[in-house]
Structure formats: structure tokens, C-alpha cells
Design a protein around this ligand. Sequence first.
Ligand code: MN
Ligand code: MN
Length: 276
Amino acid sequence: MNDIIHECYRRAGKVASKVRKDAVGRIKEDVPLLEVAEYVEKRIETLGAKPAFPCNISLNEVASHYTPEDYMPRFKKGDVVKIDIGAHIDGYIADTATTIELGTKNHTRLIMSCDEALEKAIASIKDRAETGAIGKIIEETIKKHGFNPVKDLTGHSLERYKLHAGVTIPNCKSFFSNRIKKDMVFAIEPFATYGKGNIKHGKPHIFALSGRIKGKEPEEIRKRFGTLPFALRWIPEINRKGLREYHELIEAGGEIVAQSEHTVIVNEEGCEVITR
Ligand code: MN
Ligand code: MN
């Protein structure tokens, strides 16, 4: 990886990390989710990066891909809140997430199992490591605490302007495995749940250009976002027809889910975590 690209990743990582920490302090009872999402997206720009996707704020049994559209949903006491943030510099993306439980301590161990699984995965990733072996470590760590990994969701490689660049890091041991190479960039994101860990789809709240639609309107959006995801609230005038839809990802049994995520750059001996 050349120094310029490396520096872009490092800067994106610093912004995402700072904004994640600042955002956690704003998650309070009765605050609209939208207020925190808009804070995150503006703060990313203030710090010199751009949002790589709409701020995801997913509650309780919703694992991922929810972004608020109006002031209706508000945080409640006892919510298990996943806040997932993406920042990019010139297309080089840092993707990071954390879970907090609002005002209660009923799910501390569930959340901790995710953090521990993430740390163990980070400690085991390096040049020539196998993605399947990392998945096994994630699964064993979460199961040791009595929970299940969400097998239907995975970590993913990142490339310039590509949030999911083709190589996945499973959250369980997997027959399919890829050999990781130095300089690859990965978002590692274990999810843990009390349920079986299967996912069902909810409504779409996040969208991207699919490449199928032509005309003036998509061209303007393409200039602004490329193929990166966006929220309708960012471009209220857009016609939804033909857009790629990201559906809300919900634990199929309705059980609570926790998530932790960092972005890493793989090197010979291990990795550099850019979103600490
Ligand atoms: Mn993420
Ligand atoms: Mn991710």
C-alpha cells in the first residue's frame, strides 16, 4: 500500500473513531435517533471526511441497516443500541461500530462477548491467515459466553469506494475460506445474540445506485455518492424506482443483538487497527 493511500485510511479511521466516541455520549433517553444520526454525519464532514454510508442506529433485535428518517423513533431506557459509522477520505473507507445499553445492565455480557470476539479476531488476522479460521475464533468466543454469533452477517474487505469488496470474514467457522493477504483492508464485525442468529429482512431504509437506471437524476447522485449507500433524507427529491435497497437486518427470532466493529489494514505480523 502506498503512503498516500495509507494516510487516507488512517485519517478516515481517526475521524470514524472520534465520531463514534462522541456519538455514544449523545445517546440518551427520549432523544430522537435522527438527532444522533445527523450529528454523526455532520461531524464526519466537520472533521474533514465524508460519510461512507448513512449513520446506522439499530435497536434491540435489529442487527443492522436501520437509519432513522424522521423524529419519531426515540431512544428508550433499556434499548440495546448499535451505532455503526462509516467515514471516507477520497474513497478510502473506515467502518466501525459499537453497542451500548441505555440505562440498564441486562446485556453487559452479550455486548462484552462481541468486544472479546472482535479483539481475538484482530489478534489473529495477518498475512496468509484464513478467513474461515477467524470465523471459528469469533464463534467460539461468543459461544463460550453462552450466546450465538449471527451467522448470516459477516465482516468484509474494503476497497476504494467499495464498502463490500468481495472477501468476507464469517462470524462462524466456515467451509468456504479465503487466504488473507498483506495490505488488504477489512471491517471485522462480530454480532452476538440470545437467538439462533439467523436474519430476516425488514423494510429498506438505505439505498444505493444499482447501475441499472439511466438519466440525469442518477448521474447527479453518482457524482455525489458513486456506488456508496445513501439515505433518502439526504436527497428527498430522488425517485426510489430502480435503486438498490438495503433492507433492515433483524434477528429472525426477535432476540436482542449486539455488534462490535473495527477496520484493520493487514500486514506481515498482524494488522493495524485504524478505528481505535
Ligand atoms: Mn459498519
Ligand atoms: Mn461493516
